[in-house]
Design a protein around this ligand. Structure first.
Ligand code: ZN
Length: 451
């Protein structure tokens, strides 16, 4: 029997397992669900075991456990590590769910429930594929390890230390994350880039209390005006960052990068309409998508100081403040960028005020070559499944696990998940198309066979 036949013969049981898995309310953020998170981990451990995987176990961390299993009977063959997360987001507002979040329902070929698409569906579909291959063919052509974490939805705080502690156990040649999106129902995408982040707060201090602007306005510096001057010096009106050295470590876009970005369908007018602005704006010399996905940003996220009440109040305020974040791209370093901005701020501080810069911990950007061997494998699988070449996509946000794998295991993770953007991730009525369930099983089946 082929593994494909095994999958279709067992589809009813596999769908029931999907329902059972989603029914466990493994909300990592809420302390009252701590035992449920562990129950989901135990469930998954048992399921890996019955799939025919070896050494299924929980890796205990300072927080929620991770689940591990392996199959290492292909000597001299590469080892792949499969990653996903079994924890889910909180469910409120509960009254907006058509069916209860932890009593999954199938309607119109879609399964509704918290975690259906992010990320329990992808995990269980893949584990079932492992079972199908092992039962139908008796072996994999590669060594397979699985690590499923229970803290992705709270930023993976303990995954780094857990991996560092189990470096040998988790050592591998390729990592594939099943926590990812496809471009659309009929178009595939390969994730090659994520942005990092630097965060700062500027505090500008003037007189020790607010002062009368008629008495002192002509002779002391105004902190809010000083802050406005500093902020205006940070970027051009369009959005080019004017901090010395800010772009020095940015890896320039290659012709291939630009061609990949240009191939992605992008509608400026639709975006303009969606967000409600009169025009798109940003660093000159780059297309909107190049800026969104491949160029760093500097944004003032909030600004406060002085009198905010009705009417007017004639004061020189004692202080003024602003919060700044930068979205970074490879190979910018968050600490270095924060230092450069701090230096710039001190250079551009007008006389007569004292400035303090608070820097908080940031995130490293992630960039993976489209030609990375793991991405070539993903590309082969997706092209076969969709009948067309995938787009190479990036995300302007940050996902900590990518940097964790790169740092702790020295392997860049490729992404192959089958969630679609409209599936209400983190929102009421989260669902997953059963078509994606089948597609995910086929994809991981082909991947494991093409090695
Ligand atoms: Zn996820």
């Amino acid at each position: 029997m082929s593994w494909q036949t095994y999958l279709s013969n067992n589809r009813t049981r596999f769908i029931q397992e999907l329902i059972d898995f989603i029914s466990i309310p493994s909300i990592s953020a809420l302390p009252q669900h701590k035992d449920d998170v562990r129950r989901a981990a135990e469930w998954l451990k048992t399921r890996l075991d019955t799939a025919g995987m070896n050494h299924a176990m929980l890796i205990n961390t300072a927080g929620h456990p991770a689940v591990y299993a392996d199959w290492l009977h292909a000597p001299d063959k590469p080892t792949i590590l499969l990653y996903g997360h079994y924890d889910v987001q909180p469910v409120d507002p509960l009254d907006q769910w058509v069916s209860p979040p932890f009593e999954p329902q199938i309607r119109d070929g879609k399964i509704y429930g918290r975690g259906a698409s992010d990320d329990k569906g992808n995990i269980i579909a893949t584990v079932q594929t492992l079972e199908a291959i092992l039962r139908a063919t008796g072996k994999f052509d590669v060594n397979v390890k699985c690590i499923f974490e229970g803290e992705e939805e709270i930023g993976s705080p303990t995954l780094g230390p857990a991996i560092a502690q189990h470096r040998d156990l988790l050592a591998c040649d390729h990592i594939f994350s099943m926590d990812g999106l496809q471009w659309g129902e009929h178009a595939a995408g390969i994730l090659v880039g994520l942005k990092g982040m630097a965060k700062l707060q500027i505090n500008v201090f003037g007189p020790k209390t607010d002062q009368h602007s008629g008495l002192f306005g002509a002779t002391i510096q105004n902190p809010t005006t000083a802050l406005a001057h500093i902020l205006a010096s940070l970027r051009s009106p369009e959005g080019k960052v004017l901090v010395n050295g800010f772009y020095a470590d940015v890896r320039p876009l290659t012709d291939q990068d630009r061609a990949h970005l240009a191939a992605v369908p992008f509608d400026s007018i639709a975006i303009q309409r969606t967000v409600g602005v009169t025009a798109l704006s940003g660093e000159p010399g780059y297309s909107p998508l190049e800026r969104m996905w491949a160029r760093p940003t500097l944004d003032v996220n909030g600004i406060w100081g002085g009198f905010q009440g009705a009417g007017s109040k004639t004061i020189i305020p004692a202080s003024a403040h602003a919060k700044i974040t930068c979205r970074l791209v490879a190979d910018q370093n968050p600490e270095h960028i924060a230092d450069l901005i701090e230096t710039h701020i001190h250079h551009h501080t007008p006389p007569g005020v004292r400035v303090e810069v608070e820097k908080s911990s940031g995130a490293h950007p992630f960039l993976m070559s489209p030609d990375h061997p793991s991405n070539i494998l993903v590309q082969d699988v997706l092209s076969e499944l969709y009948g067309s070449d995938p787009y190479y996509v990036r995300v302007g946000g940050s996902v900590p696990v990518y940097a964790v794998f790169e740092r702790e295991l020295g392997v860049q993770p490729a992404t192959m998940g089958f969630t679609l953007e409209d599936e209400q991730l983190h929102a009421p009525n989260e669902f997953w198309r059963l078509e994606s369930f089948d597609r995910c099983q086929m994809a991981y089946g082909i991947l494991l066979h093409e090695f």
